[in-house]
Ligand binder design. Sequence first.
Ligand code: SF4
Ligand code: MSK
Length: 662
Amino acid sequence: MVEKKAVKEGEESKAKTVNPKDVTICDATIQMLEKAKRDGVETAFDRALNMKACPIGADSACCKHCSMGPCRLNAKDPYGKVGVCGATIDTIMARNFARMVASGCSAHTDHGMAMLDLFREVVNGKIHDYKIKDVHKLELVAKSLNIETEGRSVQEIATDVYKELERTYTQIEGEIPFASRVPQKTLETWRKYDLVPRGSMREIMELMHRTHMGVDQHYENITKQFTRTALADGWGGSLVATEISDILFGTPSPVSVEVNMGVLKKDYVNIIVHGHEPNMFESMMESVNTPSLIQAAKDAGAQGIVLAGMCCSGAEMMSRHGVPHAGNFMSTEAILVTGAVDAMCVDIQCIKQGLAKVADCYGTPLITTNVRCHIEGATHIQFNDHDPKACTDEVVIRAITRFKNRTLPIEIPNIRNIGIHGFSFEYINYMLGGTFRGSYTPLNDNIINGRIRGVAGVVGCTNPRVKHDWVHTELVKELIKNDVLVLLTGCAQITMAKAGLMTPEAAHLAGPGLREVCETVGMPPVLGLGSCVDNSRILIAASEMVKTGGLGNCLADLPVAGAAPEWMSEKAISIGQYFVGSGVYTVFGVTFPTVKDTKFHNLLFDGLEKWGLGKWGFSPDPYEMAKMMIAHIDKKRKALGIDKTRERKLVDMAARREMAAA
Ligand code: SF4
Ligand code: MSK
């Protein structure tokens, strides 16, 4: 029997119990939640059911920025009351929103800086376990920064790229280096409103200062600074993280991968890596392929070692190397309930503290590896880029030990979904335009001629406050049915893999125009671009659409929209704001941290568009969300004068030949 450590004695009778089919559509998670119930093990689904979300906090109508408070305002009468210091509802909401952006931006930029630290040490020859794998990508990045590549060594180019990109974080005055990749008219709008980021450290510092009690008390001015900070994430920290990871570990290209809990194998040592940093995962790949460790696993009675990812580093490794993926954020506790996980190794971001108790119930070592993320009750084995295998070999050894000492019954859901992942910005270029004349022209042409109505980025987390995976799935099905090509990242991508939408065969679920394009090119109607930090790939793809021509002069002109239907993290707010700041209509589900019809809410949902940026939208309903996004796409088509071309237009033989030849 599993020891019931996750529920305190006496609490069982009072706590409401989850009906798994009510809270998720993921069959593997349902099976494991049923088992967790039998085992008396609690997960976030139970805690969400038993903890009512604070309604004042959900509306962002409270402030605890000083000890004269905390102050609670009334969302039903938002202007009837102010805080003790006199702060209005708009100031309070704007400051709270700003701090979410600051935190989300910090997470991405700190991750990006860690990748850049590793790159510097590789370039300086101080780290030997990693090397520059993708020289072509290094040259592309160098060119985008106006760094000379002709006749120069990899070392010389890489040194200059490092020096230039360091400014993304540390620069005090001036524009961040990747401002060079922003379409000119978008950049001009940013300059007009003083939104071009300097360095992310400066932007985050200034934002935290301005949101201190008694500093910036105009919601519009606060909005400008959190927009600039969010842009320092999307076009700075996140973009650097993506580009440097590609240079060091390889740029993804399509690969067939198995996703879901069935990737675990009963007679194998199973290791899960969950988090956001690819360097630890890359080293783990080396460790599980080390002959002496494979032999040790066999000596312990296992047939071998299975390595699988979860969440975003899993999404990166799946895209780059075809490593199997076991599930998204809301399945990380559930997978431990299989009893088959011999070690869960985590680094940073989206690691629920609740994992420690569930892991303990099943005797699974939960191992933290990053100095930024320790968890009470977990074992910490520090990962060091200078000697990476010291950590990851030790994780494998502990997993083998746990395998040897397995005592509890194992139950692995027999579900695996095969799909195609790894559609980097660069690969989409080749896929559509051909290896020798890579180009976004065919994409733009198909949007202009109306076969593809527009493009949607569907990104982000999963959240126990809504039915897990359901909102994503319904939204994406609705979008492709209406000829909207969908780009995915993060946990959303894993949801779609489980729904079977990441295969070319899923084209039959698309509208007639999108279906024809998918069938001709042989691509799925939804394309997975990687982890949540890789949303930067969507920005670059959208910029390329502007540069290619025919779809307007800036990002705000494009017939595109974004959504995070099951978002939960502050990173998602930062991502949403950098999409809005870049010109994209972005719709969130679950809940939105503002009080409707206040000045701050109206600025986010309407006013920013008048500045020439994008705007926010909100709906918890996937069908309504799809309608809102499609209406926006149609509005942009009309403004571009291409609304008439959506009258039924099939791919004729000549067009089919042209696309196939590419
Ligand atoms: Fe209250 Fe103003 Fe202090 Fe916030 S800053 S807690 S609104 S007194
Ligand atoms: S892991 S931020 S739950 S996408 Fe990137 Fe998933 Fe959201 Fe974390």
